[in-house]
Design a protein around this ligand. Structure first.
Ligand code: NAI
Ligand code: MG
Length: 356
């Protein structure tokens, strides 16, 4: 098996180094090959997603990605900016299923903005469709309105659309993820207002026939947003479209305290995937040795579970992370009085030592 290692820029290389050390310490038989991406791709080859990097990602069984977005490159034209690398990878590899677990570790319950009784023990999984919806639908643009109350005025417009295939494949991913967890799935839509999401609801209901062991319920997105803040533990697995998922997954991320703790997976139809922390390349702290590597280390665990068929090894990593938190080790983003402040490297080394 081959893993493509794409550290990126900013804190990317610092946090990916630690995840690679953890993978090496598992002593498994896989090959790892790294390539520059984002700002590092531009610096080395004049493009955020150099051809050789894309080729490596296409050939590999899984991709471990750090982060991209160094502000140094903000003045480049859009197609050369670091963020194009991650968009290009998602598109080229057809990574349509974005899995974001939101877990609140008991040791970090003070880090959440919600009351402990509301969030303690939180462990939910949000699945966001990543390649369709209003984010990609055409036509889109700004034009002169030819109908409605504002004829003759300029108007902005986008197109929300989902093909049946797109809905079915994300529904399958969601039902299968639910089968491996608590066998409960909430599909989030806006079927009361949007044709696209009435269609979504109908298709998800149809796919449900193949998964009778999973309990399915449907919820409107506005209510889902409310329930996520009011009683997030009511959920187990949630599945939704690209735009609703973008918003709900960021809201859920904040329930858990620090973005430095949150891994993610983006999968194709064969469960080949790209694994990355939910955060960006944090240029404000890059090079300081204080970035939290745990989101990336936990992303590596998801990679072992979802793409490489090694769930016991994923458990080993996740248990090691729980152990270092129980030992009181904290990078500055999760630091509280009474704990021990450590840097990126020390945190990574502690996880390696905690592996059993
Ligand atoms: P960001 O996630 O990079 O940083 C937000 C805040 O969280 C900053 O204060 C940062 O220091 C902190 N933070 C992030 N990760 C951390 C970690 N592991 N440990 C400790 N603190 C951490 O988001 P921001 O600042 O909005 O974006 C910075 C750049 O990253 C932008 O150019 C953006 O486009 C890019 N970006 C890239 C993503 C990716 O590679 N998939 C995702 C999100 C943003
Ligand atoms: Mg977002």
């Amino acid at each position: 098996m081959k893993i493509a290692i794409l550290p990126g820029d900013g804190i990317g290389p610092e946090i990916v180094d630690q995840a690679v050390n953890v993978l090496n310490a598992l002593d498994l038989k896989f090959e790892m090959e790294s390539a520059p991406v984002g700002g590092a791709g531009y610096a080395a080859h004049g493009h955020p997603l150099p051809e050789a990097t894309l080729k490596l990602a296409q050939e590999a069984d899984a991709i471990l990605f750090g982060a991209v977005g160094d502000w140094k490159y903000d003045t480049l034209e859009r197609s050369l900016r670091p963020e194009q690398a991650i968009l290009g990878l998602r598109k080229n590899l057809n990574l349509f299923a974005n899995l974001r677990p939101a877990i609140l570790y008991p040791e970090l319950s003070g880090a959440s903005t919600l009351k402990p009784e509301v969030v303690s023990g939180l462990d939910i999984l949000i699945i966001r469709e990543l390649t369709g919806d209003i984010y990609f639908g055409k036509p889109r643009g700004v034009r002169i309105a030819t109908d409605g109350a504002f004829v003759g005025e300029r108007e902005g417009y986008d197109t929300m659309r989902y093909a049946e295939t797109e809905i079915r494949r994300i529904a399958h991913v969601a039902f299968q993820a639910a089968q491996k967890r608590d066998k409960r799935l909430t599909s989030v839509d806006k079927a009361n207002v949007l044709e696209t999401f009435q269609f979504w609801k109908d298709i998800v209901t149809d796919v449900h026939k193949e998964y009778p062991d999973v309990a399915l319920d449907h919820m409107y997105v506005d209510n889902a947003a409310m329930q996520l803040i009011r009683a997030p533990k009511k959920f187990d697995v949630m599945v939704t479209g690209n735009m609703f998922g973008d918003i709900l997954s960021d809201a859920a991320a904040m329930l858990t305290g620090s973005i430095g703790m949150l891994p993610s997976a983006s999968l194709d139809k064969n469960n080949k995937g790209l694994y990355e922390p939910s955060h960006g390349s944090a240029p404000d702290i890059a090079g300081k040795g204080i970035a939290n590597p745990l989101a990336t280390i936990l992303s590596a665990a998801m990679m072992l579970r979802f793409s490489l068929g090694l769930p016991e090894q994923a458990d080993r990593i996740e248990n090691a992370v729980k152990k270092v938190l129980a030992q009181g080790l904290r990078t500055p983003d999760i630091y509280e009085a009474g704990t021990t402040k450590v840097g990126t490297v020390e945190m990574g080394e502690a996880v390696v030592r905690a592996l059993i």
